[in-house]
Design a protein. Structure first.
Length: 325
């Protein structure tokens, strides 16, 4: 259960790329709270400087402002590191439809630079962010590792390519890699302001401002919303998992799905609001349903998520009430 009991050797050093972003900053904070050293790396293409400033209160935290598309930056960042948690990437399916070349450079070449630098610097293991989007046009539910369809967005293909390179670096060069296919992660510090913000931050921000949100499509599409604490648990357990778990990618989710209409109603109830949403056109590249089977992560990594969507939403809303004051 959870991750707070996990033990690493004293002085263990983690490199967290994308440290200024939503998931990266939460990983940094969790590891620093456990007493280990964290080196953060981010180019602030999407992350927030405030997230890094908050982390500077920990004496075990250091930060490199840099870009994973630069191989030398990755080599410097991996020097003396035990574990890399690679979160740096450009997210958003719709934005990737507009700029596929940028996504390839950033998400594929950038991640490959990290694998290559980690290999050259003798890093013990690289745990990297993949995505549920690799299931693409497969209609199979729940999503099970090994039953992927074809990618339906440039973003999805970049994550599939990352998994291919991770597999190659493991099989051919012996670099231990573990891929995490996150399913709609939510929680504190997820940015509600960007044009490409995720659905939960947008809905919460609008409800707190008494504004209706737009739901793309009819709201019947479902997602396996996953609270950030479960994602932290999976990252840290992946570092400690037996070697047999390496060279693989795992679903990281709670294992239950919720429609956007249900999500909206839950948020209205939690915030005590009665504001009807508006409906807009479906978004290209979006998949209709998403639900994870998490048996593989349970079996090989010992993942045992504590937080369901309801507990996660309650905690998240408390945070937004403070953050958006
Ligand atoms: N949030 C989700 O629901 C979700 C779902 C599936 C996969 N993922 C993946 O998880 C990872 C983290 O996502 P997030 O939600 O925290 O996104 P985020 O945008 O909040 O964080 C990503 C961070 O990476 C940084 N970054 C981007 N390109 C970089 C580069 N070239 N060099 C250095 N830093 C760079 C950004 O500035 C940002 O701070 C990403 O790889 C994303 O694709 C997230």
């Amino acid at each position: 259960m959870g991750y707070k009991h996990l033990k690493f050797p004293e002085g263990t050093v983690f490199l967290v790329t994308g440290a200024a972003g939503f998931i990266g900053s939460n990983l940094c904070e969790a590891i620093l709270s456990l007493g280990y050293k964290v080196r953060g790396l981010d180019n602030f293409s999407n992350g927030r400087r405030e997230n890094i400033e908050q982390l500077r209160q920990y004496e075990n935290f250091s930060f490199i402002e840099g870009d994973i598309t630069d191989p030398d930056t990755c080599l410097d960042a991996c020097d003396g590191v035990d574990y890399v948690l690679n979160q740096a990437a450009w997210g958003s399916v719709p934005r990737s439809m507009k700029m596929p070349l940028v996504y390839n450079a950033n998400n594929v070449s950038g991640t490959m630079n990290i694998f290559d630098a980690a290999y050259k610097k003798g890093v013990k293991r690289v745990v990297y962010a993949s995505s549920s989007s690799v299931y693409g046009d497969s209609a199979v539910l729940p999503k099970v590792e090994g039953q992927e369809g074809r990618p339906i967005s440039p973003y999805a293909l970049t994550k599939k390519m990352d998994e291919e390179y991770a597999d190659l670096y493991y099989r051919v060069f012996g670099l231990e890699t573990i891929g995490l296919r996150y399913f709609n992660v939510f929680g504190r510090r997820q940015d509600p302001h960007s044009t490409y913000a995720a659905v939960i931050p947008i809905f919460v921000k609008n409800l707190l401002n008494d504004t209706p949100s737009v739901i793309n499509g009819d709201g019947s599409q479902t997602r396996d919303f996953t609270y950030i604490e479960n994602v932290i648990e999976m990252n840290l357990k992946s570092c400690l998992a037996p070697k047999e778990a390496c060279g693989e990618a795992y679903n990281v989710a709670y294992g239950e799905n919720t429609s956007l209409n249900q999500l909206y109603d839950k948020l209205c109830a939690l915030l005590g609001k009665d504001i009807k949403p508006n409906y807009g056109p479906s978004r290209a590249g979006d998949i209709p349903h998403s639900l994870a089977n998490i048996d593989k992560a349970r079996r090989l990594v010992g993942y045992d998520p504590d937080y369901d969507i309801n507990e996660g939403l309650e905690l998240t809303i408390e945070w937004y009430k403070e953050f958006l004051k």
